[in-house]
Write a protein that binds this ligand. Structure first.
Ligand code: KIV
Ligand code: ZN
Length: 560
């Protein structure tokens, strides 16, 4: 690894920084750039119909500022802006914004796209880093400043000429975090003076980390430095726009909010150029998890995920904070145990540890984002019969007899051999149920008449009608319970294989009034001496026992 070719970014000369002492107490103004920065970086950009449904999603989530495109750069974006305006699709409390470069013909086209818009924002950007100015534009700093000031004046004039007020103005010194700070402060001061007096929400200085080249604390230092030096804070909203090249966009944005930023740009799940933009759902839900009202509604996260995935063609990562499939799943047994104890600790007032939510391993209540906690129990070829039996007991209250366990284990092993990998608890239950419980086959109990015992010490006697294929057999038997009496009756039938009833157990599943019973019957087949088990489930405990016996009997036909 050739680390010496990189240099540590120059620290910011900020004396007595204050931001480390601060705390975020309220949500910033959230601005979605999904339809511009996000969309331009999709492998297949959204078609107009998809953009419209995405716009509706953003409104539904609660965004009050939405950058809807770059109308001078793309006819599709121009048409999209026109559709929103002409079809009156922008709610009164939502501002749309459009991006432009500081060039006359692009500005004119941008202003034209906004005709009839209510209170929109025009967003102009000029790169201010020396890297960009010198090598990309071939311009000195004073020429870059002239571009910014000139562009601002052109926008002001074009807006006045088109008679489309009121309009908010946003200026971004692109590559702010790679620019000379005093130069940017001076340039932004001139931009503000060119635009003139403004209400705070109508003049936005957006200070982007266009490429994340610094650690988050340095970005925060830059924001605090800027706020210290820039003289028009009363009339300006300080906005941040972090990209995620080092994976720290959320951290950088949180720190910049401590340092004075009050507006934040990003995309719902961080889509955007390269590693993407700030992930707004993550930062917003981080604030939510600290008890801050964010104004954004992610209470149906699965629906948001579905819409964004369809629109972007990019799947949300299973471990994406708050949104991924696996983020409320516990795999480890000790975590599962701790979570169960935490959830059980809820007191009568609905609190956990004297607060609304505090549970081990789950920093928010999954229900708040429309999710549920899941424990994922994994069974693989290493789990063995003991592991399988343990999960049946722990998860489903099914206490399979010891002698039956090897057979269940072998069944699971066969499944894994064919399908590979591992299975979860619900799949295990499915394997168990379909192979052992209430198994139908050649032998069916048609009817049963139960009578008092025969006076020779047996408790009961039974007359049964047994169906075997299409034939009916009337049989009688007696024993000290229904199972032994029916076994006796069955043994009087020449069509039934010889067997001995060897094991019987039953218990209820669950505790409520509708609880079902589960019974296990093990019969030893004469001839090969194999012990074959069946299980029965029924709301009536006697019926469960009979089902178990007939399951075992029917299984004799399929077990070699
Ligand atoms: O990343 C960036 O700097 C931008 C600007 C246009 C704000 O997207
Ligand atoms: Zn960007």
């Amino acid at each position: 690894m050739k680390y010496p070719k990189y240099v540590y970014p120059q620290p910011i000369p900020l004396k007595k920084r204050k931001w480390p002492e601060h705390q975020i107490t309220q949500a910033p103004v959230w601005t979605s750039v999904d339809l511009r920065d996000g969309n331009q970086a999709l492998p297949i950009p959204m078609d107009p119909e998809t953009k419209l449904s995405y716009f509706k999603l953003l409104v539904k989530i609660g965004f009050k500022e939405i950058e809807v495109g770059f109308p001078s750069a793309s006819q599709d974006d121009f048409d999209f802006v026109r559709t929103l305006i002409e079809q009156d699709m922008v709610p009164d409390d939502v501002r749309i914004s459009v991006l432009t470069q500081a060039r006359k013909h692009l500005i004119d086209k941008t202003v034209e796209s906004l005709k009839g818009a209510k209170n929109p924002i025009i967003h102009c950007y000029v790169a201010t880093s020396d890297l960009h100015g010198k090598f990309v534009f071939g311009r000195e700093r004073n020429q870059v400043k002239q571009m910014a000031v000139g562009g601002t004046q052109m926008i002001k004039d074009a807006v006045a000429a088109a008679g489309i007020g009121p309009v908010g103005y946003e200026f971004s010194p692109e590559e702010f975090s790679d620019s000379d700070l005093d130069f940017v402060v001076d340039l932004c001061k001139s931009v503000k003076e060119t635009w003139g007096p403004s209400a705070k929400q109508d003049f936005i200085l957006n200070l982007p980390a266009t490429v994340e080249r610094r650690p988050p604390n340095q970005y925060a230092d830059m924001i605090e430095y800027f706020c210290n030096e820039y003289p028009y804070l009363d009339e300006t909203s300080i906005s941040v726009h972090a990209h995620n090249d080092q994976g720290c966009a959320v951290a950088a944005t949180e720190l910049s909010l401590l340092a004075g930023a009050e507006r934040v740009e990003g995309t719902i799940f961080g889509h955007g150029e390269r590693t993407g933009n700030l992930d707004i759902s993550t930062i917003a839900l981080n604030l939510y998890s600290r008890g801050i009202d964010t104004g954004l509604d992610f209470s149906d996260m699965p629906e948001v995920v579905k819409i964004v995935e369809n629109a972007s063609g990019i799947e949300v990562h299973p471990r994406h904070p708050y949104a991924g499939q696996l983020v409320f799943t516990a795999f480890s047994g000790s975590h599962q145990d701790a979570i169960r104890k935490g959830i059980d600790s809820k007191d009568k007032t609905g609190n956990f540890f004297k607060q609304g939510w505090k549970v081990p391993y789950l920093h928010i209540d999954p229900a708040d984002v429309g999710r549920a906690y899941e424990k994922l129990i994994r069974i693989n070829s290493q789990s063995g019969k003991g592991g399988v039996a343990y999960i049946l007991e722990k998860e489903f209250g099914i206490f399979a007899p010891k002698q039956m366990q090897p057979e269940i284990g072998a069944m699971v092993q066969d499944h894994l051999d064919v399908n590979g990998g591992e299975i979860g608890a619900s799949e295990l239950l499915e394997i168990f149920t379909s192979n052992f419980v209430n198994i139908e086959g050649r032998y069916t109990l048609d009817s049963m008449d139960r009578k008092a015992g025969n006076g020779q010490g047996d408790d009961i006697s039974v007359d049964i009608v047994l169906d075997i294929d299409t034939s009916k057999f009337k049989l009688s038997g007696h024993g000290n319970g229904p199972i032994s009496a029916i076994t006796h009756a069955l043994q009087n039938c020449p069509e039934v294989p010889d067997f001995v009833l060897e094991d019987f157990s039953e218990r209820t599943l669950g505790r409520d009034a509708n609880a079902k019973a589960i019974a296990f019957v093990g019969i030893r087949r004469k001839g090969d001496g194999k012990l074959i088990y069946g299980a029965g489930e029924h709301s009536n405990i006697d019926r469960a026992a009979l089902n178990a016996l007939f399951s075992a009997l029917n299984r004799t036909l399929i077990i070699d």
